[in-house]
Design a protein around this ligand. Sequence first.
Ligand code: F6R
Length: 240
Amino acid sequence: MEIKRFDTAAELDIYAAQLFSDLLEHKPDAVLGLATGSTPVGIYEKMIEMHRSGKMTFRDAATFNLDEYVGLAPSHDQSYARFMKQHLFNDIDLPAGRAHLPDGMAHNLQAECLGYDRMLAANPIDMQLLGLGHNGHIGFNEPDNALQAGTHIVELKAATREANARFFDSLDQVPTRAITMGVGSILKAQNILLVVKGADKAEIVKQSLTGPITTECPASLLQTHARVIVLLDREAGRLL
Ligand code: F6R
């Protein structure tokens, strides 16, 4: 695991965007694994800037997002499909059909999970971007005594719904279920970029990177992957 610390979030964002840019330069048809949440927003802004100044094209790329809420249509304000359009896809040249997210409105969710895994198998991810939940979740793989390898439906923990309630009018509007890539699918990515910002994540960063490898802290499984780069701002890295 390569761990890099940055004095400011802006420096971290530039570094992360540059890693994706380097990948696309060397492999224009790379498959990018993307995340939502607060953490990647600044990285996506930098990617858009680089795209606008002609330094980054997504023309031949494809993307796969980690997760989506069950029951939210792509047009819903808080769906991850909408988030990705607002924060990245509307402002880059990624062809529309090459942006993939699980469909949280699928009539048959089990079939949707299997279909997503089939697409991932046919399009192995070159670089997977990950944020980190306060409880150690990656994607929506929540701490548990067992984890699922492939894409699956998950009941969101109370703490995760509370953390995400800031984006909704009230807690009861936060969906109770999500569809997420499994830890097995995440670990199949060629390269993983784990990005963590803020003092409130310092403890879980320490546990994930230096604690025991356990399903009770899904991010700790990243310790088993040969090519993980961890980008931390000063606050998130302060207990290492
Ligand atoms: C988002 C995702 C989540 C977030 C995590 C951190 O697609 O899969 O695992 O990365 O909850 O969220 P933020 O960045 O909002 O702190």
